[in-house]
Each structure stands twice: as structure tokens, then as C-alpha cells.
Design a protein around this ligand. Structure first.
Ligand code: NI
Length: 174
């Protein structure tokens, strides 16, 4: 399955996404399944709806190595963030070959709804916290390459270091 992603510099990525209404309609349920498939088929660890062509406040994430535990976040809001931050390079499935250096909170508490409309408040750390902040940016029309220092990935070794959304999972992990 190959799903075409919306890519930089497409201005579609720059629009703020809209709140999702509950209960979810069939179209939105299909969209979420499609997003999860698309995240895995692109070997990503996170994907926002805007990246597959919908301005909805939804993103999916799976930072596990096995890639069998997708989580869905709908209408997410940050309720708490750590003072400690970490600056690192991130890659984005919508900006292949590029990396942006971004300062992120190490720990983040998120309020969000799942597909059933159930509300959750959960704290995420490290890689998941970074991925969530990256995806939240997508919902606001922002990209990791907007922050300042940007580099082109210099080859396979560099790509492996680009943590968010790209190249952290390989076929052999299945
Ligand atoms: Ni991204």
C-alpha cells in the first residue's frame, strides 16, 4: 500500500487543523485507519491528518520498535510540560531528506480523545514526548524545519539519527 503524503513546500501543510466532532463519522474512522497504514508503510513513528490531506485535529503515533501499537489522538491539548528541554534533530515524512533542530520539552501531559470519544489525560516522556510535540506542530501548520537550524540528511547514517517520523523503524523489525 502506497499512500501519497502531502509534502513540503505544499501550503496545505500550513493551515491550522480543525476540531473533530463526536461521535466520529465513518469518513473520519476510515481516515484514522488510513493514517495508521500510511504511518507504517512509510516507516514513520507519527503522522498527522494534514499529512494525508485532511485538516482535522488527529494524529497517530507508534514509537515502539515492533510497530504494532498504534495510538490515536483526537483534539489533543497540552495540559502540562516539563521545564527540562532537549534540543535534537527531527525528520518529517512531509519533508524527506531534511532535518530541523528543535528544542522540545522532555515530558508532556496531554489531554485527548480516542476514537470512541473517551477522554484521556496521560504523560509522555522522551521520544514519545518529542513525537507528540512534532505532531502538535503539524496541527498548527508548523514544521520541524521552521525552527532555525536545518540540514539536509547526509546519507543513511544521518537518516538513522533523524528521530521523529522517519527511519527509526525498518522492515526487519516485523
Ligand atoms: Ni512531521
Amino acid at each position: 500500500m502506497n499512500i501519497e503524503l502531502v509534502k513540503y513546500p505544499d501550503t496545505f501543510l500550513r493551515t491550522k487543523s480543525e476540531e473533530v466532532k463526536f461521535p466520529l463519522d465513518d469518513k473520519t474512522k476510515r481516515l484514522i485507519k488510513w493514517m495508521i497504514k500510511s504511518m507504517y508503510s512509510n516507516y514513520g513513528i507519527g503522522l498527522a491528518a494534514v499529512q494525508v490531506g485532511y485538516h482535522s485535529r488527529i494524529f497517530v503515533m507508534d514509537c515502539t520498535r515492533a510497530g504494532k501499537s498504534p495510538q490515536t489522538f483526537i483534539n489533543p491539548t497540552v495540559t502540562k510540560k516539563s521545564e527540562e528541554t532537549l534540543t535534537d534533530f527531527e525528520g518529517c515524512l512531509s519533508a524527506p531528506g531534511k532535518r530541523g533542530e528543535v528544542k522540545r520539552h522532555l515530558r508532556i501531559t496531554l489531554n485527548y480523545k480516542d476514537e470512541e470519544g473517551e477522554e484521556h489525560t496521560k504523560t509522555f516522556y522522551n521520544m514519545e514526548a518529542r513525537c507528540i510535540q512534532h505532531e502538535l506542530d503539524h496541527l498548527e501548520g508548523k514544521l520541524c524545519i521552521d525552527y532555525g537550524k536545518t540540514t539536509d540528511s547526509g546519507g543513511e547514517e544521518d537518516l538513522l539519527k533523524a528521530m521523529v517520523e522517519s527511519s527509526s523503524r525498518t522492515k526487519s523489525d516485523d
